[in-house]
Write a protein that binds this ligand. Structure first.
Ligand code: GDP
Ligand code: MG
Ligand code: K
Length: 275
């Protein structure tokens, strides 16, 4: 089997543009099985590397058919890596999806697109620093310059020493709950190749779509997840999904403050959001 990468990103991040750039005319269109959502596939020019274009989404939360398609593809078809198109001109918002992909523990390369827009606003992104914080390779591109895309072929496989620690931006009690549940994940679930900690997070969130796609999850495990969920929700007086989202956004806001610069390389007061 050859190498397959999945292309993900928010709607309007430039996913179609990047897909066309990478594949040229070597692409074909079908549908995701069972639904009328378009599925595009192709090969990266002059390589045997296959790319599957996932639907444009804002998060991995089972709240739409597009999100479910993307999540199921990553979990079940297990691509060799994810090419995550991020609009630099709306950085904080776009990185929310990136963070959730990193939580799935799959190899990721960020294609930081729309850098021309950032420069047009007299701003810049410290790409080295962002890559260090997230522990990912970053390819920087914009409509004025697509040359870095040529590096993509091998980049997913390169070694990646990183200080990024999954879930480290969640509060201690949530990290402990995820650890607790993941330790109880059964051997048969692990044999399917699913990441134990990610599954634990989904159990804690009680993500029905994910849980029903994975039949035979141990009843005791679900019950444990439910108990921990109720405990946390009572403690914070907040729905667990909102709680997780708030903690992710706090981390991303801090991250944005560290990487968004002006043209002189000084830290910006403004963040990069769609105007
Ligand atoms: P998708 O929704 O993620 O598939 O995004 P598209 O590829 O359709 O792009 C959305 C819009 O942004 C289109 O008008 C593109 O021409 C434009 N676009 C894509 N990439 C860039 C870029 O790097 N810079 C700028 N300024 N515009 C871009
Ligand atoms: Mg598109
Ligand atoms: K635009």
């Amino acid at each position: 089997m050859g190498t397959t990468y999945a292309l993900t990103g928010n709607p309007n991040s430039g996913k179609t543009t990047i897909f066309n750039e990478l594949t040229g005319s070597a692409q074909y269109v079908g549908n995701w099985s069972g639904v009328t959502v378009e599925k595009k596939e192709g090969n990266i020019r002059n390589t045997g590397v296959h790319i599957v274009d996932l639907p444009g989404i804002y998060s991995m939360s089972s709240s739409s058919i597009d999100e479910i398609i993307a999540m199921n593809y990553i979990v079940q078809d297990k691509p060799d890596g994810i090419l995550n198109v991020v609009s630099a001109s709306n950085l904080e918002r776009n990185l929310y999806l990136t963070l959730q992909i990193l939580e799935m523990n799959v190899p990721v390369v960020i294609i930081l697109n729309m850098m021309d827009e950032v420069k047009r606003r007299n701003m810049d992104v410290d790409i080295k620093k962002l890559g260090d914080i997230l522990g990912t390779k970053i390819i920087s591109t914009g409509s004025n310059d697509r040359s870095e895309l040529k590096k993509i072929k091998h980049i997913v496989d390169e070694d990646n020493k990183s200080i990024f620690e999954r879930f480290s931006y969640f509060s201690k009690d949530i990290i402990e709950a995820v650890d607790d549940i993941s330790k109880a994940v059964s051997k048969s679930d692990l044999e399917s190749g699913i990441d134990a900690k990610w599954l634990a997070l989904k159990i804690l969130e009680k993500d029905q779509e994910v849980l029903s796609a994975l039949k035979d999850i141990d009843e005791g495990l679900l019950k444990k997840g439910e108990e921990l969920k109720e405990e946390l929700e009572a403690k914070y007086n907040e729905d667990i999904k909102h709680l997780l989202a708030k903690q992710r956004y706090a981390f991303l806001s801090l991250t944005a403050k560290k990487v968004i610069k002006d043209t002189e390389g000084n830290l910006e007061k403004e963040t990069l959001t769609e105007k």
